[in-house]
Design a binder for this molecule. Structure first.
Ligand code: P6P
Length: 335
């Protein structure tokens, strides 16, 4: 009958966070409130991205950000929405954004115990082409007694309390994980205005013959990196070479890799010896998601990505991210 087809036990992100909180007796509810502010910013950014073309929000905003990228109007709106959500939550002591050269300290937040790193709209250079972009975030807990300083966020990714991203694709897909926890995927249902649990306990396939890298940089790759990617282009045990898939938007490439398996890479090279992707709000949060889903993430020296400690808030790193066995293969070529 019609009623049998309707799921009346819907797990929204709001409910999921409440259930998570009750698992931790010492929880004050502050993390839950911070995550409510987070999820609102994803809903708001999703809203504006869907309307960008219609209300002519595309095109340059005439400013450039900390990393020198041309800022698109949506970058500015996404950043402002995120800052407002974090400030109004009253639970965020400091915020690092890709769009802000300096740390933002929310001084008027008495009991705020969290430090947040984010890239409000990662991959924004693809916006006008209608390619999926996303928001990447990491949440650190302040050291006991700390009032919130840069040191609270210049930590290895292994100390992240939570991390994840929202990809604004056909629908807004949120992927979130807690330190040592499982990876859970939610899909924004616009009619409810709620993120619905659609991908509980995500596990990345152990191996998959898909590689995702910008071949346009291959002239600058180190020799061992060149040898690695050349080896993938030869017929494998299956008789077939790897497939190449590169979108150029980290959240989209990462989400496909998480679901299908394979390897995503942005190697450090002779042109960018420190790599391109930023540690605090691209590499580290993605590394925690992938490790908790059974995959791996390493930098160009094969260090575990979650062990890398940034010196400055916009520090970059090379990264190989993906299926457990695929990263093992990377290591074989980068001894
Ligand atoms: P390239 C987008 O600008 C970004 O920061 C990531 O989202 C993406 O993975 C990477 O840079 C793409 O860089 O050099 O391949 O265009």
């Amino acid at each position: 009958s019609e009623t049998a087809a309707i799921n009346t036990n819907i797990v929204t992100l709001t409910r999921f966070l409440t259930e998570e909180q009750t698992k931790h007796k010492e929880a004050t509810g502050d993390f839950t409130l911070l995550c409510h502010a987070l999820q609102f910013s994803f809903k708001a950014i999703s809203h504006y991205i869907r309307r960008a073309t219609l209300v002519n929000l595309t095109g340059l905003a005439g400013q450039s950000n900390a990393t020198g990228d041309d800022q698109k109007k949506l970058d500015v709106i996404g950043n402002d929405l995120f800052i407002a959500a974090m400030r109004s939550s009253g639970k965020c002591a400091l915020l690092v954004s890709e769009e802000e050269e300096e740390v933002i300290y929310f001084k008027d937040q008495g009991g705020a115990r969290y430090a947040v790193a984010c890239d409000p709209i990662d991959g924004s250079s693809n916006l006008d082409a209608g390619v999926s972009v996303g928001t990447i975030f990491g949440i650190h807990k302040l050291e006991d007694g700390s009032m919130g300083t840069k040191e609270d966020i210049l930590k290895p990714g292994s100390e992240l309390l939570a991390a994840g991203f929202t990809m604004y694709g056909a629908s807004a897909q949120l992927v979130i994980t807690m330190r040592g926890g499982t990876v859970n995927g939610f899909t924004l249902d616009n009619s409810f205005g709620e993120f619905i649990l659609t991908h509980p306990d995500m596990r990345i396939p152990k191996a998959r013959a898909i590689y995702s890298v910008n071949e346009g940089n291959s002239h600058y790759w180190e020799d061992n990196t060149k040898e690695y990617f050349s080896a993938l282009k030869l017929p494998q045990g299956s008789g077939k070479p790897y497939s190449a898939r590169y979108i150029g938007s980290m959240v989209a490439d990462a989400y496909r890799t998480l679901l299908y398996g394979g390897i995503f890479a942005y190697p450090a090279d002779k042109k960018s010896p420190k790599g391109k992707l930023r540690i605090l709000y691209e590499c580290a949060p993605m590394a925690m998601v992938f490790e908790n889903a059974g995959g791996q993430a390493v930098d160009s020296k094969m260090n575990r990505m979650l062990d890398v400690v940034p010196e400055h808030i916009h520090d970059r790193s090379g990264i190989f991210l993906g299926s457990y066995d695929e990263v093992e293969k990377v290591k074989q070529f980068h001894k």
